[in-house]
Design a binder for this molecule. Structure first.
Ligand SMILES: C[S@@+](CC[C@H](N)C(=O)[O-])C[C@H]1O[C@@H](n2cnc3c(N)ncnc32)[C@H](O)[C@@H]1O
Length: 306
């Protein structure tokens, strides 16, 4: 069967169509870098052919060599039999137009916060106002911290994570982006190792999946580190701890941005009088809120009781 398929499919487009069929048959889940079968299949074909992802499939060699066809077949097979997200097979992911190394020690980057970084957090952070220090809590691959460092070339960025495994990947990406002088990987349980530091912007995509969602997630998610996903019964364990601690670490005019995804309703229910600013996204995503340092101080007592 394998040999027949490899013999008969001699061009990149044919392989993309075959890949889509395999994904359909196996009920593959998309959402770790692509959101549909066509993009995922094209990604794997171009990767196997060692071609850039922004190139048209029609530019692939034709006919493909037998070695190229075997490489594509084997990559599709690994995707459908292991159910690993494609990024763990290619060890590449994109965030804010930047390339990151990824493996199973870190989540595959996909946070809608990337869109806010691309706009330099405008209009919530005034465009002319300097930024000296930014903190990314739960940095994983370092994608948010590193994208912030690119967006704010004068800022120092701390990239904090509790997992030394994840931080090894963060460091690899800091090196990849040649940002060793400006992005610091810090092992820290949320903010605990950062005493005395002040930031204008604190941003976090912490674990926020609740017990019910964890149980029903497609297999692809179970290849990701559960330390990066699981966050208690209502998904808010980490967000609440950050809300409690953040005021001590933010400058007076600072802002805090946290992603809580589907746990947004639970947060609004738990703290109904707090004026969370729920941000909207052009390219999809939800469950990201912003509070100012002043609001964090004003509602501090409520966060302590939450
Ligand atoms: C949802 S992932 C986000 C990764 C990355 N920021 C991104 O957007 O792709 C959450 C991260 O928080 C880290 N984490 C979990 N518990 C933590 C804690 N108590 N303190 C700091 N980081 C923690 C996990 O190791 C994981 O890397």
């Amino acid at each position: 069967m394998r040999d027949e398929i490899i013999e008969s499919l001699d061009n990149a487009e044919a392989w993309v169509h075959w890949g889509i069929e395999q994904f359909d048959k196996r009920g593959i889940y998309f959402g770790h870098g692509t959101d549909n079968a066509l993009d995922e299949a094209a990604w794997l074909v171009l990767f196997a052919l060692e071609m850039p992802l922004d190139i048209s499939l029609s530019e692939a060699p034709q006919p493909l060599s037998m070695a190229q066809r075997r490489a594509i077949f084997d990559l599709f097979q690994r995707r459908v039999t292991t159910r690993k997200p494609a990024a763990y097979l290619t060890h590449e992911a994109w965030f804010c137009g930047l390339r990151f190394y990824v493996d199973e020690r870190v989540l595959v980057p996909r946070s809608p916060i990337g869109e806010l970084i691309a706009h330099r957090f405008a209009p919530w952070w005034p465009s002319q106002q300097p930024v000296n220090r930014i903190l990314d809590i739960g940095t994983g691959s370092g994608c948010i911290a590193i994208a912030c460092a690119h967006a704010f070339p004068d800022a120092i960025v701390d990239a904090a994570d509790i997992s030394s495994d994840a931080l090894a990947v963060t460091k690899q990406n800091i090196e990849l982006h040649k940002l060793g002088g400006r992005v610091n990987a810090v092992e820290s349980d949320l903010l605990s190792a950062l005493a005395g530091r002040k930031y204008e912007i604190i941003v976090s995509n912490p674990p926020y999946v609740d017990a019910e969602d964890i149980a029903s997630m497609p297999e692809e998610f179970h290849h990701e580190p559960q330390l990066g996903l699981v966050a208690g019964e209502d998904g808010l364990d980490f967000a609440i701890r950050i809300l409690q601690a953040a005021p001590r670490y933010l400058s007076d005019d600072g802002i805090l941005i946290i992603e809580v995804g589907n746990s947004d309703a639970a947060l609004a229910e738990r703290l109904p009088t707090v004026p969370f600013m729920w941000l909207e996204f052009e390219h999809g995503g939800h469950g990201v809120f912003l509070l100012t340092a002043r609001e964090l101080v004003e509602y501090h007592a409520l966060f302590l009781k939450a």
